[in-house]
Design a protein around this ligand. Structure first.
Ligand code: DX5
Ligand code: ZN
Length: 214
């Protein structure tokens, strides 16, 4: 199980949190970008992201909770540590256009779906993407309760991948902790995002180890 750690909800300062994740066994730093329009909260600009990860060595999984994600791609593509750029299916009229923009960079492309969005909406996109991010909370805030009723989507995505030979990884985001990890694992995710469970602890690796299951 791969683990991406989200740092928006932490007991430590932003700098200290990022340093702790970077020094941990996390596979990715999960970067939540929010514009105050797609979700009510607003946080970082691309210039902040550049500064924040100047000295880190982990790969970044960037989750764009923004309207017009197309406007972010060119600048994000210049940040070397980014591996995945994830856009929300609900954030653009023609997600395939943004997917194609990302595919013209050297970044991998992900599609996130809100809890109420059905997998059937993204079926035509599945052949073009490297990651599906299944939201298990309403996007916007850390520390919310895991929504078990999204787990069937993980199973559907796994079946579709097998039937069609697609290559995307399945990631799940929101409310992942020591109790909910087994539900996510049993449903068949390849990766989880965890925020408060890891960052509100004084031993990040202990928590990451529990999530990884080894
Ligand atoms: C929710 C974000 C998540 C969040 C996860 O809008 O996309 O990445 O920070 O935090 P926890 O694990 O606390 O739910
Ligand atoms: Zn996220």
């Amino acid at each position: 199980m791969k683990v991406g750690v989200s740092f928006i909800n932490s007991d430590y300062s932003l700098e200290e949190t990022i340093k702790r994740i970077d020094e941990s066994d996390a596979d990715y730093i999960h970067v939540d970008m929010m514009d105050g329009i797609f979700v009510p909260e607003k946080n970082y600009e691309i210039s902040d992201i550049k500064k924040m990860f100047k000295e880190t060595s982990k790969k970044l999984d960037v989750h764009l909770m923004v309207c017009s994600p197309n406007k972010y791609i060119r600048d994000l593509a210049k940040i070397p540590s980014i591996e995945y750029i994830i856009i929300h299916y609900e954030s653009h009229r023609r997600p395939i256009d943004v997917i194609n923009m990302i595919r013209h960079t050297d970044k991998k492309v992900g599609i996130a779906i809100n809890p109420e969005t059905k997998v059937s909406h993204i079926v035509p996109l599945l052949n073009h993407i490297d990651e599906v991010l299944v939201m298990s909370v309403k996007p916007g805030k850390g520390g919310q309760k895991f929504m078990e009723n999204v787990l069937y989507k993980v199973e559907t995505l796994k079946e579709l991948r097998e039937e069609n030979g697609y290559h995307y990884i399945i990631n799940i985001d929101g409310g992942i902790n020591a109790d909910t990890i087994s539900l996510a694992r049993d449903a068949g995710v390849d990766m989880v995002v965890s925020g408060s469970y890891v960052c509100k602890s004084d031993n990040y690796n202990e928590r990451i180890k529990i999530l990884k299951g080894n």
